[in-house]
Design a protein around this ligand. Structure first.
Ligand SMILES: NC(=O)c1ccc[n+]([C@@H]2O[C@H](COP(=O)([O-])OP(=O)(O)OC[C@H]3O[C@@H](n4cnc5c(N)ncnc54)[C@H](O)[C@@H]3O)[C@@H](O)[C@H]2O)c1
Length: 448
């Protein structure tokens, strides 16, 4: 008789995961809307002013054993995660504004809340950034490092990480900086040696984000990429990640429209409903929207947003349903809305005998309010990965696909975009590292 639990898949278990004792240092590249909403949010939660809504690590439960066991602890009680009181933030930005000033500028959070948190927020001042306007056309920075070449700049970032490491027990780096222009992988990304040579030659295919990632990898520090730029998903970085036990995990926070897309598309596919077209448009008025107004940065975002549907619908297996699907994505910079993004989706579907139907989705969201808990979970889970023997040296943490528009996988594997497959993958990974039975949802044992 089959069991809902999958036996024989136990691992060495919890005893080997190092405890989350001491301080976790979080170094955020880019102290803009997302970063300041994350930092202010964590402080508000620490002070008991607000709840960490949207965060799996803070509010999520995980079922263990059979449904009849009634055992569903909080995830944070099940795996050893850093406590929010032990999280210490710092970061880099091309502007000198401290986190209080930057949060005030971003206007995501109510003025009252930002004022209440001011004493803490103003203590976090950005380190000078590595920046080059060639890669983000719409910004000009003043708080910027200079160096003799890209390798020298990467070494300066390494020095920042090492200095911060002296004040905390563990470090994670999070990219929450602007979207860089679209860059294709080249020979310079093929090996560590080529990449290091490329930095010395100021190779144009090496963007600042890659220098931060290289520095983190060299220091054995996990690196999470919240933006769609090419940063950690190429052979040189994966090699370094494995070599130095510094986890990486794909790119681009999955928050608004793509989050919805990877919920709706699997439902249509599960019911074998066809899709002729999917038109997605957005208006957005924050600095991210302004950066994405540049065609080269938009192209990076577009590529990241386009990927999901093809993988979910598998047109090669279902040509009658999805072969001719027309997928279009627009992002329009519209300042009056600030961080309050509005997204529309029009989906032209067809059912039994080919009869057409339509679905309209209008998501009035808040970009950074959706992104902050995703960023928090990524940071805490990457730190967990670093402390877990079975995870820290595998390089790519595919189990964190749940949070990303462009999940990263082992070479030759297609990524899973379906949010519910991703959620199962994440929870089963947690069960696996704790030596618990995996859950397959078969459930025949209840009918023995
Ligand atoms: N908010 C969301 O829902 C969401 C979802 C997916 C991805 N993202 C991505 O997250 C990133 C941050 O978004 P945001 O709304 O906070 O943008 P933002 O413009 O408010 O903040 C980005 C910050 O990065 C800084 N910056 C740019 N280049 C830098 C560099 N090389 N080094 C250090 N700092 C640098 C900018 O000065 C700015 O302060 C963007 O790339 C965005 O596309 C956001």
């Amino acid at each position: 008789m089959g069991t809902e639990k999958q036996s024989g898949q136990k691992t060495a278990g919890a005893s080997q995961i190092a405890p989350a004792t001491g301080k976790l240092g979080v170094m955020v590249v880019g102290l803009g809307a997302v970063a300041t909403t994350l930092i202010a949010g964590v402080e508000a939660v620490r002070k008991g002013i607000a709840k960490p809504i949207g965060s799996l690590t803070q509010m999520g439960h995980i079922r263990l054993g059979k449904r009849t066991d009634n055992k569903s602890p909080l995830i944070k009680d099940f795996v050893p995660l850093a406590d929010l009181n032990d999280v210490v933030f710092t970061g880099w930005d091309i502007f000198k504004d401290n986190v209080y000033q930057s949060a005030s500028h971003a206007k995501v959070l109510d003025k009252d809340l930002v004022e209440q948190l001011k004493p803490y927020l103003q203590t976090i001042k950005p380190l000078p950034a590595v920046f080059d306007q060639y890669y983000v056309k719409r910004l000009t920075g003043t708080n910027v490092k200079t160096g003799k070449n890209k390798r020298d700049l990467a070494e300066q970032i390494r020095a920042d990480i090492r200095a911060f490491k002296k004040t905390v027990d563990r470090v994670v780096v999070l990219w929450a900086a602007s979207t860089e222009i679209y860059i294709e992988k080249t020979a310079v990304h093929a090996s560590i040696e080529a990449f290091e040579k490329g930095m010395e030659n100021n190779d144009i295919a090496i963007a600042p984000s890659q220098l931060y990632a290289y520095a983190a990898m060299k220091e054995g520090v996990p690196f999470a990429n919240g933006a769609p730029n090419l940063t950690v998903d190429f052979p040189a970085m994966v090699e370094l990640s494995k070599l130095n036990a510094a986890p990486v995990c794909g790119r681009d926070f999955k928050t608004g429209q793509t989050f919805m897309k990877t919920v709706i598309a699997p439902a249509l596919k599960a019911r074998l409903l066809g899709v002729r077209g999917w038109f997605s448009t957005n208006i957005l008025g924050n600095r991210d929207g302004e950066v994405l107004d540049d065609p080269q940065s938009f192209k990076t975002k577009e590529e990241s947003k386009l990927g999901s549907l093809d993988y979910i619908f598998q047109p090669e297996l279902y040509p009658d349903l999805y072969k001719d699907l027309y997928h279009k994505i627009r992002i329009n910079y519209y300042p009056p809305r600030g961080d309050d993004k509005e997204a529309w989706d029009n989906i032209d579907i067809f059912g039994w005998l080919g009869y057409p139907m339509q679905i309209k989705i209008n998501f009035l969201c808040r970009d950074s309010i959706l992104a902050a808990p995703v960023a928090l979970d990524l940071v805490l889970f990457m730190d967990l990965a670093k402390r877990t023997p079975g995870l820290r040296s595998i390089g790519v943490q595919e189990w964190l696909s749940f949070y990303l528009k462009s999940p990263q996988t082992a070479e030759g594997l297609y990524p899973e975009h379906d949010l519910f497959i991703q959620s199962m993958k994440l929870k089963n990974t947690l069960r696996h590292i704790k030596g618990e039975d995996l859950i397959t949802h078969l459930g025949l044992e209840y009918y023995d």
